[in-house]
Design a protein around this ligand. Structure first.
Ligand code: AMP
Ligand code: TRP
Length: 363
């Protein structure tokens, strides 16, 4: 939760911005205790997969009602790699549909498209002026995807700063993400603290919220690598739109190892441990306890496939319904962008003023 000193001015700012606050029955001084503010985002760079679902979106849906939650389709982030304009257009809507089908309720949380709120890019520039080249080039994702190549898009280097802007604009207390985003949240915390130290208290320093299991779902064909929309293998990636047959086939063919015993041991049995983590996230049972119930890989694979089919069947059905009539989704996104902008514009103004930028006066 926010530092007490921050709550006072944040309360004022957020009342002005019309953000949702919960009166918890007890008043804390003169103003009500705020709900935890949550923000997270997902790139529209491909179809949502089981890693996105179990590592992130399932938590978003489960906690949206008890927090003041903002979720965005980060279309500007998808431009860090070369994506065809038509693909970006269609995937932005598909991703929003996937999020709603997976349980986000736009009447409960604020769901929006990042580029519909231009404050994100403006704050990203201000934060870039506080970030160093050295810290950005050390980001693991940059090193994996582009370091050393002259032709790599400059935005791949600066992308974590745009992500920091996404988070800091909303005074987010918590950022629910998969394990691969841990380093980016650390950078966000560093940038927020640095800005506050240099220019005065402006941003809330957020915390990462990473699930205990399935925080890094691995590619079924290459369990040393995370399941990914952009770099995964097709046979090793289960999309939330996959049919029951496809899910069963992919799980049955997943790479395990030459042994036969079922143990939860991520380092020496990554394939089997990945299956156990998916089953654990789907059933709520501990992966060590689950492992003790199996003596061979076949029955484990059958149960994982059944659990994923059961989990994803209603999601797929809802995707089909929403895709047939997307008007409801585009209207929700428009409303979401209005709500998001009301909050973001207040924070941006605070940051601009703190840095010494002047306001344009319109008389
Ligand atoms: P992305 O698809 O990279 O935009 O990621 C959207 C969210 O899903 C982020 O919170 C990621 O950390 C999470 N995520 C992506 N891939 C995985 C994975 N293989 N396992 C767990 N979480 C993931
Ligand atoms: N970088 C994240 C990813 O690739 C997506 C993202 C962009 C994000 N902005 C964010 C996640 C803000 C959490 C908060 O998965």
């Amino acid at each position: 939760m926010r530092a007490l000193s921050g709550k006072c001015w944040l309360a004022g700012q957020c009342w002005l911005a019309g953000a949702g606050w919960l009166v918890l029955g007890e008043l804390n001084g003169d103003y009500p205790l705020p709900m935890t503010r949550v923000l997270s985002g997902v790139q529209p760079s491909g179809v949502l997969h089981v890693g996105n679902y179990l590592g992130a979106v399932k938590q978003w849906a489960a906690t949206q009602a008890e927090s003041d939650a903002f979720y965005c389709v980060v279309d500007l982030h998808a431009l860090t790699l070369d994506i065809a304009p038509d693909d970006l257009r269609s995937r932005t809507l598909e991703t929003a549909i996937g999020l709603i089908a997976a349980g986000l309720d736009p009447d409960v949380c604020t769901l929006f498209v990042q580029s519909h709120v231009p404050e994100h890019t403006e704050l990203a520039w201000l934060l870039e002026c506080t970030a160093s080249y050295g810290e950005l080039k050390r980001m693991t994702q940059f090193k994996d995807k582009g370091a050393g190549q002259e032709s790599v898009r400059a935005s791949l280097l600066t992308y974590p700063v745009l992500m920091a802007a996404d988070i800091l604009l909303y005074d987010a207390d918590e950022v629910p993400v998969g394990d691969d985003q841990r380093q980016h949240i650390e950078l966000t915390r560093d940038l927020a603290a640095r800005f506050n130290g240099r220019y005065g208290e402006t941003f809330v320093v957020p915390e990462a919220a990473i699930p205990k299991v399935a925080a890094r779902v691995m590619d079924l064909q290459n369990p040393e690598k995370k399941m990914s929309k952009s770099t995964g293998t097709p046979a090793g990636t289960i999309a939330i739109t996959d049919s029951a047959d496809e899910i069963v086939k992919k799980v049955r063919r997943s790479v395990t190892d030459a042994e036969t015993d079922v143990r939860y041991d991520v380092a020496s049995k990554p394939g089997v441990s990945n299956l156990l983590e998916m089953l654990s996230a789907a059933t709520g049972d501990d992966p060590y306890v689950l492992a003790s119930r199996y003596t061979s890989y076949g029955p484990l694979k059958n149960d994982v496939a059944d659990a994923l089919v059961a989990l994803l069947a209603p999601v797929r059905e809802r995707i089909n319904e929403l895709t047939a009539d997307p008007g409801e989704v585009t209207a929700a996104l428009e409303k979401g962008a209005d709500k998001a902008q009301a909050v973001a514009s207040v924070t941006l103004r605070r940051a601009r003023e703190a840095m010494g930028l002047t306001q344009r006066r319109i008389s």
